[in-house]
Design a protein around this ligand. Sequence first.
Ligand SMILES: *Cc1c(COP(=O)(O)O)cnc(C)c1O
Length: 373
Amino acid sequence: MSCPRIEVDLSKIRRNTQTLVKRLGPCGVGVTGVTKAVCGHPAIAQAMLDGGAVGLADARISNVQRLRAAGMTGPITLIRSPMLSQADQVVQSCEESYNTEILVISALAAAAIRNGSVHGIVLMVEMGDLRDGISPENLADVAKQVVQLSGVALKGIGANFACLNGLGPTALQMATFCDLANEIESKCGPILKVVSGGNSANLPWALGERATGRVNDLRLGEAILLGVEPVSGDRIGGMHADAFTLVAEVIETGAKPMPSPSARIDPTTERLRIVKTGAASARMILAMGYQDTDIPGLSMPVGSTLIGATSDHLVIGTPRTPPKVGSEVRFQMNYTALMHAMAAPDIEVEFMCNPHTQPTRHSQGKIDTLALV
Ligand SMILES: *Cc1c(COP(=O)(O)O)cnc(C)c1O
């Protein structure tokens, strides 16, 4: 197996999805699996669908095209406002997209007419995150314009929290968002199919005491992939936090003095020379660096400390005898590290267990019913 590599346990991604689907289902909330952190990797997307996700969503059209090229025919929503320059590609590969600009929506309408299709529009509402979104006062106005355009159909509204300001939604914000759904329906006519309340940061709200009201969808990436709630960073009970493991190879071992402050020439390397002198007695260098992942987002092996990293080297202090040159060291990743590693050209993605073959191992005695593809 090549190094560095990401080992992916698809059964954990499937089970994480299943757990969330089961918890949210009774509240009337479906799960849309968000694949942007894994660059629209088709096998990971499939594991989300196998776990009960009702559809997929991604922020980039290139990732959606990768899913389509792999034969995914189910609904895929673009959850970042489309670029005006990509209107044709958006209507060709996505059933629906999240939108905030009427200029873009008009371009999508024209593109859909050229394509002989009708493109679904979900209007993103600004509910306090201060990233993208139409302000609630202007929402009905934009919705009316969408309803009048041919080539597009108003499918719903969406909110987003904790992306720019790092704050999860309050019950009051969610209640206001639900009221907006009712208001748009009464002013514009069509029943909103999608009332999408937000992302993984909505889970404490959705799984809490209060009713989830009109919200019938959450777009979940981080919670499914890493089993954590992004605002607190807490693990979600019953979820797997180790579906992904990053593996790198040791290329040098031995002791060296700690880098002195005068050696800090490059600000990017300085940033990481954070270890107090004397913290580690031995060290190892791994063939992996900033080119591959967001180094501060890695959890170090127990007892080891991060000394520093450059574009291609990762220097780790270890209190024990370091592993031999040629051996492998394993890391868990946070969301940013995962996202960078999945996009790195030199990192292989390897699957530890295939969701389609795994059940066959547990199905001894039922061989007759197995459909071997
Ligand atoms: C990334 C993203 C999501 C998923 O966020 P997670 O925190 O990974 O669940 C949902 N909606 C939008 C608009 C996003 O950009």
